[in-house]
Design a protein around this ligand. Structure first.
Ligand code: GDP
Length: 195
């Protein structure tokens, strides 16, 4: 069994991306912040996992958010051997504002923490920067996001890691092609039709 996981803060557009990529509507929880079960689909021996959204959701208690984070970390650690790719999805429109808000309060932003963790544990990590249709100055924003996540700008030096997309508009081909290349890299071009 091999696995691709998708991780991201709630509301970044992970479900939208997932259905665009794999042509399936994922089962949604009753309401955000009530279920921790990941959504999974299987193609032959490829498991694709949409991990629960993490980060603060208004109206949901802190303890639940911590449990979601713990679940994700444990899930990834437990399955690290078979995870051939982790895709972290962020919202290009709100990433910097949210990250800077947490930094001002003296915390490491959860998305920064998650990206570091994924890079420590997974053999390959992509950063999908979604909602680019709402971003007015893409290069500036992508440079700043790269910097926050430990990648020295310009972001264009990191096009093997950073994929600006708009899931809602179906503009995800750069990411789709990169996932295909990853499958080829590990000798599983037979799985390309999945995408
Ligand atoms: P999830 O919580 O990460 O699974 O997020 P969803 O897929 O449910 O999307 C959250 C909201 O963002 C929905 O209102 C989507 O329509 C919207 N959304 C998703 N992708 C995009 C995008 O590329 N651009 C814009 N403008 N909105 C998006």
């Amino acid at each position: 069994m091999i696995e691709i996981v998708f991780a991201g803060r709630s509301n970044v557009g992970k479900s939208t991306l997932f259905s665009q990529l794999f042509g399936v509507k994922v089962r949604r929880g009753k309401r955000p912040g009530t279920t921790i079960k990941p959504n999974q689909i299987k193609f032959k021996d490829l498991l694709v996992t949409d991990l629960p959204g993490f980060g603060y959701i208004s109206g949901v208690d802190k303890e639940f958010n911590e449990r979601v984070k713990d679940f994700i970390v444990e899930y990834i650690e437990k399955n690290a051997e078979r995870i051939i790719l982790a895709v972290q999805v962020v919202d290009g429109k709100s990433f910097l504002e949210i990250a800077e808000r947490w930094e001002r309060r003296g915390y490491i932003p959860v998305e920064v923490e998650m990206f570091e963790f994924l890079n420590e544990v997974c053999s390959k990590v992509f950063l999908a920067v979604n909602k680019m249709d709402k971003v007015d100055n893409p290069n500036e924003v992508l440079d700043a996001i790269a910097l926050k996540l430990g990648m020295t700008p310009p972001w264009k030096d990191w096009t093997h890691v950073i994929y600006p997309i708009s899931a809602k508009e179906g503009k995800i081909n750069n990411l789709r092609e990169a996932i295909k290349r990853r499958l080829i890299e590990i000798g599983r071009s037979d799985l390309i039709p999945v995408l």
